[in-house]
Design a binder for this molecule. Structure first.
Ligand code: ATP
Ligand code: MG
Length: 871
């Protein structure tokens, strides 16, 4: 069965059982500080499990893009080593939100596997949670046991411990006991030797877990205790690639049609056959896996970078590059070439891969090239280290420096060391690494308390599109402690006019006023899942009071102006540069706006001018906002609204229209474009391969800009004493300046000639040597010229000159070449010694040298000592 059909049958099966089929959430997380990436199908439904909001349908099914490379679920080191763990994989899942529970979940899973997919019943094992005697003190899941016993022989049921049979998303949040379904795909001979039951959960590559049915019953609180959830839910997750392996009768996920096209392409590019040698096989699997994770992340809007989620993506890609570099001998960028195959193969199920193919290729190629350069530099450095320490051990700190500064992987350092008959101090390396981890861990540690519930009201209606003030109550609050921000409080109201950070727009600021007039400032507003969280630095004295919540209106207006300008500029970019322009990031502050977009070359000055003019024309046209808060998604798209990849949209969306510009957007906007006043682009730059950034200002900031620029200009005109034609005045000043410079040069030359004439008269003959020393009013260049001219005219010359160039002392010494040898006079040595009188030093060649110092007062003394060098 083709993988496409496996996916389709799963969804059809649950659709027939009244499940709503929902799209995969983006793989890169937004609005959830506890997770960087989606690591399970249930993430996007977390708020339903916690009872924070209600789903439209209480049954759902989907296939979810997951990434397990950080946090509680991190499989990165396994990937490539084994044949059934991936960084990015699809998780097929079905959900009940307070609807059906264990009975249906178990029955349907069994029906789908054995009757629809026709998996051999005798190859399946199931597990049940055995309970735990630890602090949680949980009972065995007898309900699940009984349900399974009615379907499968008892000897196929395995009692599982907490590690395997109690599922938790993270350190906090919904969790519960689970039943896993395992499949044994070994040959009959192997099965006869060792019973499959003994191999379940033993990391055997052919006895693997394919489906996990989680029975959500608890919420793990901040203090580690469990609390019963208000309603019970079902959360299941089946590994799509593993299921394909079983249904396609192969022994590895990489032998399914999900991976074979990629593997064939890697074989062709690297001229290395798969399935011949374990070392190269691992490298090929790593690359086939990682290119998917990286490509999907980029499509979701997460570019490789130096921090946070972007850094995780960069590390995954670098892991692939170095496996290629070390084991497949790939010294040039090649991973980007696989994107074509990937997009042909998966573009149907995930159209974002097709539409962003060019960008994904460009970003990966650039990352590859730059990391390969780094590897090259690291190799050079390592070479030196090896030469210096010949035969000895490579210092742990040095290995760490290579790793940390040059991204040079430790296994590569070890490998190269071994080739040179050396070892690496691994203990020292691990210590240095651990020290660094400790440092970054304590910097990012956040301690979040449990919510204190005050009101039952979980409605939290956002009324900020219409109101900037409201009477509110605090529904819940909690304390959050971090190194970065200190102690803060997070407050949730029953309703709120505060806009939470999102869609690139900053969160509102403002204050809460209690009934007796006390004020608590709200320093930021954020969104966590569906909750609007108001951040304060202290807690109001009486949290049960009723409050007036007031948004900082001035900031909001400036922000709205920048947000609308962003839409207009987006339209301008697509009109002027072309339809290939796609938003890749946006930041809307009150002070300015920043917009990143895909475009392959620098935006020219002329294009920037056109963009500014385009936006300003729309501001001039006084276009009114047409806001539709509840438009069916399909209708909006058909009407030409711009939607962004990596954003999660519901069936009903908010559409924002200003004339021809229409976007799906949750942000706040002006009522009429004329409120923006004026739009000015302040910079254009590059952020990554194929991605440009424009920064711009509007409204008050534009007024301030004009005011300061005008003031500066007026100052210039006043200084020039020419109000009418300042430019002409500047040009004529420049010309005058150039003429004067020429004249000065000529005068200096003449002066040097005169000085030379005078000096010739002052030369003193001491033995065979013609000696002269004097303080001159010339710069270093002038003195040098003079020395050589004198040297040409006077034989056996020994000259020392000093000068005071604007508070800095200079000493120069000239010695005719024959004197250097015959009389062992050395100009370099002489200035070095005389240098101490001017508190400085210098050097040069034996026949000419110069010293500089900070004590001009010492020049005379230095000159008086010069004669002493003649013995
Ligand atoms: P394992 O013990 O094999 O790592 P798990 O207990 O971490 O699995 P769950 O968190 O229960 O798995 O996820 C549900 C299903 O997703 C698993 O039954 C498996 O089929 C699949 N799965 C989990 N992790 C991966 C991965 N890294 N790559 C591919 N599929 C996975
Ligand atoms: Mg796992």
């Amino acid at each position: 069965m083709k993988s496409q059909d496996v996916r389709a049958q799963f969804l059809q099966f649950f659709q027939d059982k009244q499940h709503a089929i929902v799209p995969s959430a983006p793989m890169v997380m937004k609005n959830d500080p506890t997770l960087m990436f989606t690591n399970a199908g249930m993430n996007q439904f977390k708020e339903y499990f916690l009872g924070n909001s209600k789903p439209k349908s209480n049954r759902a099914a989907d296939t979810q893009k997951c990434l397990r490379v950080s946090g509680k679920h991190n499989d990165l080191e396994e990937v490539g080593m084994d044949t059934y763990h991936h960084t990015m994989f699809e998780m097929l899942g079905n959900w009940s939100f307070g609807d059906y529970f264990k009975k249906e979940a178990i029955q349907w899973a069994w029906e789908l596997l054995t009757e629809v997919y026709k998996v051999d019943k005798d190859s399946l094992y199931v597990s049940v949670f055995e309970g735990s005697a630890d602090a949680d003190n949980l009972k065995m899941d007898a309900e699940a046991f009984d349900l399974w016993k009615a379907i499968v022989p008892e000897d196929r049921i395995i009692m599982g411990n907490k590690k395997d049979n109690f599922w938790e998303m993270g350190d906090q949040g919904p969790c519960g006991p689970c039943s896993e379904i395992h499949v044994d795909i070994r040959s009959d001979e192997e099965k006869a030797k060792v019973p499959g039951k003994d191999l379940v959960n033993q990391d055997h590559p052919l006895v693997v877990e394919i489906w996990n049915l989680v029975f959500m019953q608890y919420n793990r609180k901040a203090n580690g205790s469990l609390e019963e959830l208000p309603a019970k839910h079902i959360d299941t997750g089946m590994g799509f690639e593993r299921l394909c392996m079983v249904l396609q009768g192969v022994k590895s996920n990489y032998d399914t049609d999900v991976f074979t096209p990629l593997i064939r392409e890697i074989e062709t590019i690297t001229e290395t056959k798969y399935d011949l040698d374990e070392k190269t096989d691992i490298a090929i699997r790593v690359i086939a896996d990682h290119v998917r994770a990286v490509a999907f992340s980029i499509a979701d809007g997460q570019l490789p970078s130096n921090t946070g989620a972007g850094y995780v993506i960069r590390r995954i890609l670098r892991r692939a590059i170095r496996y290629g570099f070390t084991f497949l001998d790939t010294k040039e960028a090649f991973i980007y070439k696989l994107v074509n195959t990937l997009s042909n193969q998966m573009g149907k199920a995930f159209p974002e891969l097709k539409s962003q193919k060019n960008l994904i290729e460009n970003v990966i190629r650039e990352e590859e090239q730059s990391f390969l350069r780094t590897l090259d530099q690291g190799l050079g450095l390592l070479d030196t280290v090896i030469k210096v320490n010949k035969g000895k051990e490579i210092d742990g700190d040095k290995a760490f420096e290579l790793y940390d500064t040059y991204g040079f992987p430790i296994d590569l350092t070890e490998l190269i060391a071994r080739e040179n008959g050396m070892t690496v101090d691994m203990k020292g390396f691990t210590e240095a690494l651990e020290k660094q981890r400790q440092r970054s861990r304590s910097a990012s540690e956040v301690q979040t308390d449990d919510w204190q519930e005050l009101l039952d009201d979980t409605n939290q209606e956002f009324i900020g599109y219409d109101y900037l003030k409201a009477d509110v109550r605090i529904a819940r609050y909690r304390k959050v402690e971090s190194k970065k921000s200190g102690t803060q409080y997070q407050l949730v109201f029953n309703l709120t006019p505060f806009y939470p950070e999102g869609g690139g727009q900053v969160g509102d600021k403002g204050y809460l006023e209690s009934s007796n007039g006390d004020v608590t400032y709200i320093v930021d507003t954020k969104k966590e899942n569906n909750l609007v969280i108001h951040i304060t630095e202290s807690l109001p004295t009486n949290v049960n009071d009723s409050f007036k919540a007031v948004v900082d209106e001035h900031q909001r207006q400036r922000t709205a102006s920048n947000h609308t300008a962003t839409h207009l500029m987006h339209q301008a970019l697509r009109t002027i540069l072309g339809e290939h322009v796609e938003q890749k990031g946006s930041m809307v502050h009150s002070g300015y706006l920043r917009f990143d977009f895909s475009h392959f070359s620098k935006v020219t000055t002329d294009e920037l001018k056109q963009i500014e003019d385009f936006v300003n024309a729309r501001i001039n046209d006084s276009i009114s906002l047409e806001e539709n808060r509840a438009m069916p998604y399909q209708e909006a798209i058909e009407k030409g609204a711009i939607a962004l990849f990596g954003e999660k949209y519901g069936d009903v969306v908010r559409a924002i229209r200003f004339g021809e510009s229409m976007e799906l957007c949750g942000g706040t906007h002006v009522q009429n474009t004329n409120e923006i006043w004026h739009f000015i682009i302040t910079s254009e730059s590059s952020v990554a391969a194929g991605i440009r950034r424009i920064e711009a200002i509007t409204k008050d900031a534009a007024k301030e800009y004009f005011a300061t620029e005008t003031a500066k200009f007026n100052e210039v005109k006043a200084t020039l004493k020419n109000n009418k034609e300042p430019l002409k005045a500047v040009v004529s000043l420049q010309e005058e300046n150039a003429n004067l410079k020429k004249q000065i040069e000529q005068l200096l030359k003449d002066k040097a000639k005169n000085v030379k004439g005078e000096l010739k008269n002052e030369v003193e003959q001491i033995g065979d040597i013609n000696f002269v020393s004097k303080k001159l009013n010339l710069d270093a260049g002038g003195i040098k010229d003079l020395c050589f001219e004198l040297g040409n005219e006077i034989d056996n010359l020994f000259a020392v000159f000093g000068s005071d160039a604007g508070g800095k002392a200079i000493l120069s010494c000239y010695v005719s070449k024959n004197l250097v040898e015959e009389k062992s006079l050395n100009a370099g040595q002489i200035v070095r010694e005389l240098g101490k009188y001017i508190q400085g030093g210098g050097g040069g060649q034996p026949f000419f040298a110069t010293a500089g110092g900070k004590n001009p007062e010492g020049i005379d003394e230095a000159l008086s000592k010069a004669k002493d060098f003649i013995k």
